[in-house]
Design a protein around this ligand. Sequence first.
Ligand SMILES: O=C(O)c1ccccc1N[C@@H]1O[C@H](COP(=O)(O)O)[C@@H](O)[C@H]1O
Length: 214
Amino acid sequence: MSGSVRVKICGLRRPADVEAASHAGAAYCGFVFFEKSPRHVSVAQARELAISAPPGLAKVALVVNADDATLDEILNSVPLDMLQLHGTETPERVAEVRRRYGLPVMKAVGIATAADLPQLDAFGAVADQILVDAKPPAGADRPGGNALAFDWSLIAGRRWAVPWMLAGGLTPDNVALAVQKTGARQVDVSSGVESAPGIKDAAKIAAFVAAVGQ
Ligand SMILES: O=C(O)c1ccccc1N[C@@H]1O[C@H](COP(=O)(O)O)[C@@H](O)[C@H]1O
């Protein structure tokens, strides 16, 4: 288990990835519905993965500026516990998605400088959780999953009205320090537990969860 810090392993694509996340002691697993990502899964793939997830492993759908038709299609097929909005959704859209689907919504906010911090308060007022991630580099073709960390001192000691998760460039080697510096009680990882983009590595997943628990 990961002590009292909860771990989300994102970008799972194979049943063996779900098994690895569960076996390691992760609290959440994430499925990416974003075609430009090497971690993208179809609705049918996600359904198979979600059905294979054991009780106790919360299933999160990551979407980027998804419209209602897209969310309807996902939620009509895939048993899910949470929606992760990882695009440029507004606070109004976050509130609308919560109302329409009745699932907890986690809103991702990209951080590069102190000027980005007020967004965390804005989304903390409407979302069920906030995901504090690195802002993507200029020219990136995806808004997350870029193996990029931000300056953790920007959020050291800060708290918001809702639970939050730390993301961005976390690895088995740096996650313990990230938790120590930020006080995070939840962490999210994708690239840092892969052997190649989109290919999860069971040994790295186990090492990541173990490192969080140390
Ligand atoms: O993982 C992706 O490909 C992805 C695509 C689009 C939006 C978000 C994505 N991933 C999320 O980004 C953060 C950080 O990822 P990493 O550990 O730095 O690779 C994490 O929340 C992922 O869920």
